[in-house]
Design a protein around this ligand. Structure first.
Ligand code: ATP
Length: 237
């Protein structure tokens, strides 16, 4: 897809029925960097990702990919620019097969050549034998693999993941952490929302803490590790 580009938010705000869910959120993710977005329930993490993807409208502020503003683009245009979103709860097409779900993931590059699902099966080999199964019949871990593979197939430059480890067995969580490592090696920027701070800090280079829709702390993974503010944020203080 596009050459490697960073993602940058400048004072992003989003509302629900006029009330601010996030406000003044500024952050950046460089190519090959893993950035954690942390905070308590309701802090605004999911809304931040959905606003970047334009699944939720921007109330004010700007989103840049490299030097180009992508604030005026639609959700499908943003995907075509190489910003992928692995949503909270996976959001697979339940009655469609694994293969069909993966093919849907290639929509940003439809028309640019044959649909090559090979990279999905290289990443998660077990998906190959599951390719004819309906998505709803898979385990949570298998579903998360499909959701991640689906997002990665068009070779995005930025990948946003919303709670990828939620409810999954440690062995699957380790595979997700490994996958994030592979993305980093390939120069992809990753914006990772995680409730499990241990998982987030195991793979993040830097992180931001959100509280009540505002960035209250930013720093390296080491800064965050010992941060009282991070602990307070999770307690909703
Ligand atoms: P969680 O970890 O629980 O998903 P979060 O940090 O992702 O939390 P958001 O889901 O982004 O937080 O919520 C941010 C704020 O927006 C909260 O105050 C929440 O109540 C509000 N909000 C989120 N979705 C809606 C909605 N559909 N309608 C109204 N308010 C909403």
């Amino acid at each position: 897809m596009a050459a490697a580009s960073g993602l940058r938010l400048e004072s992003l705000a989003a509302t629900f029925a006029g009330a601010h869910a996030i406000s003044g959120v500024s952050l950046h993710v460089e190519p090959g960097e893993v950035v954690a977005l942390l905070g308590a329930n309701g802090a605004g993490k999911t809304t931040t990702l959905r606003t970047i993807s334009r699944l939720h409208p921007i109330a004010s502020g700007e989103v840049y990919l490299g030097d180009t503003s992508i604030s005026a683009l639609s959700a499908d245009q943003i995907a075509r620019r190489g910003v992928a979103h692995v949503p909270e709860g996976r959001r697979l097409y339940g009655t469609m097969t694994v293969q069909e779900n993966l093919e849907m993931g290639l929509f940003p590059v439809w028309g640019r050549g044959p649909l090559d699902l090979g990279p999905a099966f290289e990443l998660f080999p077990e998906l190959e034998r599951l390719r004819g199964r309906a998505a709803y019949s898979l385990s949570g871990g298998e579903q998360q693999m499909v959701a991640i593979a689906r997002a990665l197939l068009p070779k995005p430059v930025i990948v946003m993941m919303d709670e990828p480890s939620l409810g999954l067995a440690p062995v699957i969580v380790d595979r997700i952490i490994d996958t994030i490592g592979v993305l980093k090696e390939r120069g992809v920027g990753v914006l990772l929302v995680e409730q499990d701070t241990e998982v987030a800090l195991a793979c993040a280079d830097r992180g931001y803490v959100l509280a009540n829709g505002h960035v209250t702390f930013e720093g390296t993974a080491a800064d965050l590790q010992g941060s009282q503010l991070l602990k307070d944020s999770y307690l909703g203080l």
